[in-house]
Design a protein. Structure first.
Length: 344
């Protein structure tokens, strides 16, 4: 028997359709207005919000709630259902952000602010709160195991022992990712124009980042020469560019089955897949390395080598030195700790 409600999935808001077509007085939005609206958030954030909003709409349809404007009972009930299902607090926090975002797009009140919602949310955080998952650091010697696992040549019927472009790209990806300590999104967004020559290596220009989303100030990251050729990010970068023939556009790209560079750059999913595959090939599949492991590896390795948090933050561009320390707690818990010098 029908309950009179549609149980089909609510129409998903695609990145091209996040903004309403008209504003409150029914004046149509221009293509430029829509484009600028999409640029108000990082593309990865918009995609995550779109997915989260779809999940909320589906839940509301099942529970007979209107998703927008969402009543407090809908939001608090949704959070409770997520907590019951074992969702992480960080996941629920992002879902709330998506709900706020889509309500704001429609000039609707924030449905996450009523006391019923905030009280339930505070209880969930107290009961289910846990430290966020941290990517395991990928650093020497495991880093060099992954580098050694990259392919060097490919054999084609008419082109035997041809240099493997994907392997050259993977070596550049691993070594640049480690030495630069870039976030995965920044690594994927690098272009040839972002690489500047320097007598000690290369300087990477980061137009925008997580902490500089509007690009109001240019951020610089150094990519130094390493003493060992096989561990050098600059040599790996130069080799990739020379073999691929890339002179402009995206720096790190997909490689076709025919061993040719694609015109488009890498995405986070493809970086994650390559690191997972290389870790397995190197015998480190159980470590669970991810793209962020390269950044975590830089911080941890630099700290173990004696660099101060301030020196590390100069490369990672962390605004808070406490964030830097968060990467190395496990590795340094036994260093200079009174419990290890009790004389017992």
């Amino acid at each position: 028997m029908s309950d009179g409600l549609s149980h089909e999935r609510a129409p998903a808001a695609t990145p091209a359709g996040l903004l309403p077509v008209t504003d409150l007085d029914d004046s149509p939005l221009s293509a430029e207005e829509i484009a600028y609206g999409q640029a108000s958030k990082a593309s990865a954030t918009i995609e995550a919000y779109r997915t989260d909003w779809q999940e909320f709409c589906d839940w509301c349809a099942r529970e007979h709630h209107a998703p927008a404007p969402a009543p407090p009972a809908a939001v608090s009930g949704y959070l409770t259902a997520l907590a019951r299902a074992g969702a992480k607090v960080s996941t629920m926090s992002r879902r709330m952000a998506a709900i706020r975002f889509f309500h704001a797009l429609q000039d609707l009140p924030d449905p996450t602010s009523p006391a019923r919602v905030t009280t339930v949310w505070e209880g969930i955080r107290r009961v289910h709160g846990a430290p966020p998952d941290q990517a395991p650091p990928l650093m020497p010697p495991q880093l060099f195991d992954l580098v050694a696992a990259t392919a060097t040549t490919r054999d084609f019927r008419t082109r035997p022992s041809e240099p493997d472009l994907a392997g050259a790209r993977d070596r550049a990806l691993l070594l640049i990712g480690f030495f630069s300590a870039l976030r995965c999104s920044e690594l994927c967004a690098l272009t040839v124009d972002n690489v500047l020559p320097h007598d000690r290596g290369r300087t990477l220009v980061i137009p925008s980042s997580k902490t500089n989303q509007r690009g109001e100030q240019t951020e610089l990251v150094v990519l130094p020469y390493a003493s060992h050729p096989d561990a050098c990010p600059v040599r790996a970068l130069d080799a990739w560019l020379q073999l691929s023939g890339i002179t402009e556009g995206p720096l790190l790209r997909r490689v076709s089955t025919g061993n040719r560079p694609a015109p488009t750059g890498l995405h986070r999913a493809s970086v994650n897949r390559r690191i997972t595959e290389l870790a397995a090939a190197a015998g480190h599949a159980e470590q669970g390395y991810s793209p962020h492991s390269l950044r975590a590896g830089f911080v941890t390795w630099a700290h173990l080598r004696g660099a101060s948090d301030r020196e590390i933050a100069a490369q990672t561009r962390h605004r808070s030195l406490a964030s830097v320390g968060g990467y190395v707690r496990v590795q340094t818990a036994w260093s200079s700790n009174a419990a290890t010098n009790m004389g017992l």
